[in-house]
Design a binder for this molecule. Structure first.
Ligand code: MG
Length: 152
């Protein structure tokens, strides 16, 4: 992920912004720990390496048509990137799902910066980041059930 321009601290910042309204004493370190915990899960790692591999192949123009063009133009009706990212949030239940939908719409922080530009293709990576941030956010919400009662 680092090679693709993503720092874990930037994902932690998205988690922090998501959770702060429900948890005013939240620390950024807690968010970073949660991101790291999400990334330790095997199914999360599988989703990340799959999505990034497809982005890289698209940058190298090695995908068969019409997939190559779909990836280059970031075709709005192509939704498999979201589906793959949902396999990350699914691990943490409905709070993760709600946060993912919100992030997909609002494109906060690092997620906004990851649109396709020039030769770079980030069709899958932006959704993977949103999925990881949503999952890490849900983990924190589950750890503070009193504060998170308004999220469901
Ligand atoms: Mg995408």
């Amino acid at each position: 992920m680092q090679e693709r321009g993503v720092n874990l601290s930037e994902i932690a910042k998205v988690v922090y912004d998501l959770q702060l309204p429900y948890n005013p004493t939240l620390q950024i370190n807690e968010c970073l720990e949660s991101v790291e915990a999400v990334l330790k899960k095997r199914e999360v790692q599988h989703a990340v390496i799959t999505g990034i591999a497809i982005d890289i192949l698209a940058e190298k123009k090695q995908l068969p048509e019409p997939f190559q063009t779909i990836m280059e133009v970031d075709e709005p009706l192509y939704g498999i990137d979201e589906i793959l990212a949902l396999s990350i949030t699914n691990v943490y239940g409905t709070i993760g799902l709600t946060s993912f939908g919100y992030l997909d719409k609002e494109k906060m922080g690092i997620i906004r910066g990851l649109n396709n530009h020039g030769k770079e293709v980030h069709v899958f990576l932006d959704d993977l980041i949103a999925g990881i941030a949503a999952a890490a956010s849900a983990r924190i919400a589950h750890a503070h059930p009193d504060e998170s009662r308004y999220q469901d």
